[in-house]
Design a protein around this ligand. Structure first.
Ligand SMILES: [Mg+2]
Length: 245
């Protein structure tokens, strides 16, 4: 049995070129983006992912839809958790049927809440300032996502009002130029716990790692035995301990 490694992808295993200190070489391309803003690994990330893919059961845990996950160049071969936990792909690349039925039920129950966020954006914000959509996968609308077309701080202008529209049925995630609202019954943590049980990890001696960069990754990471955090990340930048001493 190999250790199991549940890991976020964006800003953990790779990031867009603009966030990197030096222009990355083309051989470290990690994920293609439809808008041309592709993601790359640093030399260290490249070494890390080769080591992890060779020595662990590496299971991505990402907000990407299965379609966006398929644009990753990394050779993932095990289960994959995508769409913020809404979809679990089997090693054959098919959605886990039991999980899909449960998550479709959760998403359908708050579909009108997601639509309310869409209509707020259409009615209350200037055209072109933001781009926003409902992330769909396998025919189900799973979560609402908005990005600024200008500065990421523009999201401050709509954050509180969107929270009011969303109410308690949707959970807010925010990091950099990403603001999203996900049905409360859908989470990376829920998907990790379901998969851990399915893989027989509960009560086993197999070490389970959880790695991620965002504060909203912490709940799924805390469901694992060990938590791994990138040095440059939203979590690490949050004051968790005194810097001196
Ligand atoms: Mg991330």
């Amino acid at each position: 049995m190999r250790p199991v490694f549940f890991s976020d992808l964006d800003d953990t295993v790779f990031q867009t070129a603009r966030k990197m200190d030096a222009p990355p070489p083309p051989e470290r391309l990690a994920a293609e983006a439809l808008n041309g803003s592709h993601s790359y690994m640093t030399a260290g990330q490249d070494m890390m992912i080769k080591w992890l893919l060779a020595s662990t059961r590496f299971i991505p845990v990402t907000a990407r839809s299965s379609e966006a996950l398929a644009r990753c160049k990394l050779p993932f071969a095990d289960y994959q958790i995508c769409t913020n936990g809404g979809v679990i792909l089997t090693p054959e690349g098919m959605p886990d049927a039991d999980w899909h039925a449960r998550m479709k039920h959760e998403a359908d129950a708050v579909a009108s809440g997601l639509e309310n966020l869409m209509s707020f954006m259409a009615r209350q914000t200037p055209a072109g300032r933001f781009r926003y959509w409902i992330v769909e996968d396998f025919g189900v609308g799973f979560y609402f996502c908005v990005k600024s077309n200008e500065d990421a701080r523009r999201l401050d202008d709509i954050d509180a009002e969107l929270c009011e529209v969303a109410r308690a049925a949707l959970v807010r995630h925010r990091n950099d130029n990403n603001l999203s609202f996900t049905p409360a019954g859908i989470s990376k943590r829920g998907a990790v716990q379901y998969l851990a049980e399915k893989l027989g990890l509960d009560g086993s001696s197999v070490p389970v790692f959880g790695m991620g960069d965002s504060l909203t990754d912490l709940p799924f990471m805390a469901a694992c035995d060990m938590l791994v955090i990138p040095k440059k990340s939203q979590i690490a930048q949050t004051k968790l301990y005194p810097e001196d001493g």
